[in-house]
Design a protein around this ligand. Structure first.
Ligand code: NAD
Length: 283
């Protein structure tokens, strides 16, 4: 299949690599020195998102935030202006569920298919092709995309209609953020109270407190290695999506609001481009 891939960051690079290894023809934007190995593996570097769209049947986006997706889809030299009908656009970025519905309507008005399909599992999951993929959109669009999802992920679910994948992802990010804060407090407590936090983490991994966050991020916190991973500023963006929706829904999310405030403080301390496990530094 001819596949366009736009957004070759921490996640996009390994995801695109799996599609190349599966024998697909990939068209990429933007190729930087850090993603040049994908071209050496046989992919084609394009000069714009519009060129990617012209050359591909399926166009995958893996961009930071809602305005980036809007710009790449509808901006100058973007995917949608001038697109031929029949193409499938899959947005795997984590962005606003509401904006997603609007983007899908505008894409479908051009005779193309749209799916939202954000992921969980981090850089580790992207490299291991074991991502959790949460899709939203028409079942026939999902079936069209499924063979590609199977090259990048393991736990693949059609949650519901367009935007529902993004809703599931926001829910995921609430759980992960509150878990990071819980692990930060537990390990800070253990250290300050005089126990070895590494031994405490190991002991807790066998009990009811076990989690992927305790396992992976707990280790990062103990070793104070905060290379991303998942940039703290991107997780802050996800909690902002949660709080924006909560305001519209008149829904109270008190602990999400509190962790968002702690993330504000982390950004103010200059931790935005560190891994989100660096939230412990606020304590
Ligand atoms: P990243 O910042 O490492 O990568 C984003 C890439 O998009 C960069 O290479 C950037 O150059 C590119 N980009 C930005 N604007 C562009 C444009 N106009 N045209 C072409 N390319 C453009 O981010 P990431 O960690 O790969 O995350 C991507 C998305 O996946 C985000 O929405 C994030 O929230 C989500 N996500 C990340 C993780 C993780 O652990 N890193 C896990 C799950 C979901």
């Amino acid at each position: 299949m001819k596949i366009g891939f736009i957004g070759l960051g921490v996640m996009g690079r390994p995801m695109a690599q799996h599609l190349i290894e599966a024998g697909h023809e990939l068209y990429l934007y933007r190729v930087k020195p850090v993603s040049a190995h994908l071209v050496e593996s046989g992919a084609t570097a394009c000069a714009s998102a519009a060129e990617v769209a012209r050359l591909s049947e399926v166009i995958i986006l893996m961009l930071p935030d809602t305005p980036d997706v809007e710009h790449v889809l509808f901006g100058k030299d973007g995917v949608v202006p001038g697109i031929k009908p029949g193409k499938l656009i899959i947005d795997m970025s984590s962005i606003s569920p509401l904006a997603t519905k609007d983007f899908a309507a505008r894409v479908e008005a051009c005779g193309c298919d749209y799916l939202d399909a954000p992921v969980s599992g981090g850089e580790v999951g992207a490299k291991a092709a074991s991502l959790t993929i949460m899709a939203g959109g028409r079942p026939d669009f999902f079936e069209r995309a499924k063979p590609l999802f199977e090259k990048m992920g393991k736990n693949i679910t059609l949650i519901g209609g367009v935007g529902d994948g993004q809703i599931a992802k926001v829910a995921n990010q609430i759980v992960v953020a509150l878990n990071i804060q819980a692990v930060s407090e537990a390990l800070s407590f253990a250290r300050k109270a005089g126990a070895d936090p590494a031994t405490v983490r190991k002991a807790l991994m066998g009990g009811f407190a076990a989690s992927r966050v305790l396992e992976v991020h707990g280790e990062r916190m103990i070793n104070e290695t905060f290379e991303p991973g998942f940039r703290l500023r991107l997780h802050h963006k996800d909690l902002s999506l949660a709080m924006d929706s909560a305001r519209l829904l008149e829904l109270m999310l008190p602990n999400t609001a509190m962790v968002q405030q702690l993330m504000n403080s982390a950004l103010a301390k200059g931790l935005g481009d560190k891994d989100h496990s660096a939230l412990i530094e606020v304590l």
